[in-house]
Design a protein around this ligand. Sequence first.
Ligand code: ATP
Ligand code: MG
Length: 436
Amino acid sequence: MTEWNKLEQKGLTVLEALEAAGHEAFFVGGYVRDKLLGKPVKDIDIATSALPDEVVGLFKKTIPTGLKHGTVTVMQEGEPFEVTTYRTESGYEDFRRPSEVQFISELEEDLRRRDFTINAMAMDRHGLIRDPFGGRDDLQRGVLRCVGQAEDRFQEDALRMMRCVRFASTYALQVDPATWEAVLLRKELLRHVAMERVRVELDRMLAGGHPYRGIKLLLDSGLLTCTKEALNWTYTGMTEEEAPAGLSVLDRLEAPLHRWMLLMLLVSLDPDEARQLMRGLTFSVKDMERIAKVLEISRWVRAHCEAEWPHTVEEVPACSLEDAWKLAVLRYGKEAGLDWLSIEEGLHSEGIGRASCVPELLRHGAGWLQAMPAAGLKELALAGQDLIRQAGRPAGPWVSRTMAALLKLAALGRVANVQADLLACAAELEKEGGTQ
Ligand code: ATP
Ligand code: MG
């Protein structure tokens, strides 16, 4: 007897109501796959022979999510269930979406339109599985295989090639040879897919359990060179032997954003190139900047932390690695500093040293960063107004210049972050004419 949790029990109520009205209804798709794998259930999709109007008529609360495509969301005791009428699809003129859907009465035909055998199973309300394409067998063998002729299926909808890599990666599956061959043959069609959809698949792949596997599949297939907007996704700054080891660190980093950062570090060291790549992928500005800042801090470390001390960094005589690191944190922010440390930590644990100062920064960087008396103007114990009052001069660009200079000195601990000390220091600077 199948054990059902609360969500499933509510779903069963939906199946029962549809059946009581003389229709067929099954749990389908990702739910069945994850259930068979013993994975936690996120949501449940339902397929039914009932027409959308009939579904709407049967339940108290429904939302017409995609009536044209046959999808009605049924609210059952506060939970949403997407209930979709059995359908076939045709006329994929844009290599992405069907131009026509037709409602049908056969479950098997509905399962046939689905992408992979593991996604083309149905379960009835007794827990019995309908599996006309051998999805359960494939799951057991760890194989990802298209329903029907793979080449045709990718030609119909090119996004399926990205889904292929994503499922193979997150579920650690081997792509069936015929399916993989079809990816290689059809990869050029990826240019018909919106970049946003490509990013969503990459996001899911990178957030999953085996991102390294996914990236390897992408690089092996050359899929990423076929996107609508060029991704220029090449290795720079690493030898060929190093690149795979660096990529394997993807699996060690927990935060998906850190995985993106590592990827960008490994494939493109220039922050502006990375920004362009991320813009192409329709990243949010917030994520894009957080990632780019890490590339910037990485470049800074290479440029400023390898030198003989003392030397001048950002107009400040820096006496040590500690000084240079604090100035970097000041410039790019604490978050970027900590992000960068997490990534270098991962690389370091694989024995990949990217700069000679990294071990010391890994030992002390976080401590130095936390101990900074001020890491931004807001944390400085002095406001521009105080400065203007003391100097008796009108406001002007000199104020922000002096503030920036004071912040650097306070961050490095050369002056106490106390108003009186900062004002005295400002007067000194004024005398020297350094901030005129
Ligand atoms: P997850 O939600 O974990 O990403 P899922 O399998 O539920 O996985 P969805 O995108 O939610 O994926 O789609 C639900 C089902 O719809 C899939 O299991 C599959 O049967 C079918 N499906 C989704 N997208 C496609 C597609 N592009 N081509 C063919 N069938 C698809
Ligand atoms: Mg789903």
